[in-house]
Design a binder for this molecule. Structure first.
Ligand SMILES: [Zn+2]
Length: 290
């Protein structure tokens, strides 16, 4: 067998299969109803049947409580994360900026304002990823969001439940975006203290994508409940944890995810840490605009 570079188009193989009429009709009906291509539908069905790809599954590394307590050592590589998703958010080892993954590429938004694509070998202490390629008929237009609360209100209307996870992707031209990026911080310094010296950046009239999730509140300190979004500009020059934004004619896709996988660090620091405190207050302070 000829070897092809990993991830290249050349590594795709073609499959020809004879289908009985009933299966063909069901496939056509599913394509019609979902707006997905036959190819995408078959790929998803195959990967679900074969147990690969984690479709509809949120994969999280470590817990929000651990981050709040200052556990910033990288516990998973970007290569490992990309086995579980092509879309998501997190932070880099040593709390070195914000991480955002979009269309299979992982970016680091550093506190000095630089945005760089991260190496497969880079490590993350905390991340949430999923497989998420929106299809056209999932898009909903948000006519106008004058501020972050307004955007959240629109997103509320696109969720049918408070008791599930949702992957959220919003593309468009934003009138304004305010982000922050955390600075490298010594292990053990609480997140609230680290976030107090974060760098805020404001962008106006910028095309880009908001990447993130809505998570239910019933899992306590395991995760950041509610909305958690990161921004990445189309030119890949601006990014960070979203603090505020406004925009018009934004294309939003909000997709329910019913499965949640939590991968816990095996480090001594994590195993010995006191994670009994409720991190919600510290998270609110660290994740939103004061
Ligand atoms: Zn964030």
């Amino acid at each position: 067998m000829a070897m092809s570079p990993a991830g290249s188009e050349a590594s795709f193989r073609q499959l020809t299969v004879d289908l009985p009429p009933s299966l063909w009709q069901a496939l056509e009906a599913a394509v019609e109803a979902s707006g997905e291509t036959v190819e995408h539908l078959v790929r998803v069905a195959l990967s679900e049947r074969l147990g690969i790809g984690d479709h509809g599954t949120l994969f999280q590394v470590s817990t929000a409580a651990a981050l709040v307590e200052g556990l910033y050592k990288g516990v998973v590589t970007v290569a490992e994360l990309s086995d579980h998703g092509d879309f998501g958010i997190g932070t880099l080892a040593g709390l070195d900026g914000e991480m955002v993954a979009l269309d299979g590429r992982f970016y680091q938004a550093r506190a000095d304002g630089a945005v760089v694509e991260v190496a497969d070998s880079a490590r993350c202490p905390y991340a949430v990823v999923t497989r998420f390629t929106p299809v056209e008929n999932e898009r909903r237009v948000i006519d106008e969001a004058t501020d972050l609360a307004g955007l959240h209100a629109h997103l509320d209307g696109l969720r049918e439940s408070a008791n599930a996870f949702y992957a959220i992707r919003i593309d468009g031209r934003f009138d304004s975006v305010l982000t922050r990026s955390v600075s490298p911080t010594a292990e053990g310094v609480p997140l609230a203290e680290a976030a107090a010296s974060q760098t805020e950046m404001e962008f106006s009239d910028v095309k880009g994508t908001l990447v993130g999730f809505w998570s239910p509140g019933f899992l306590g300190g395991a995760l950041v409940s509610g909305y958690h979004l990161h921004f990445l500009s189309d030119d890949r020059q601006s990014a960070g944890h979203l603090l505020a934004c406004s925009g018009r004619s934004l294309a939003a896709v909000v997709r329910r995810e019913s499965e949640f996988r939590l991968s816990l660090p095996e480090s001594a620091a994590f195993l010995r840490a006191d994670l009994s405190r409720d991190p919600s207050e510290a998270l609110r302070a660290a994740e939103s605009k004061p």
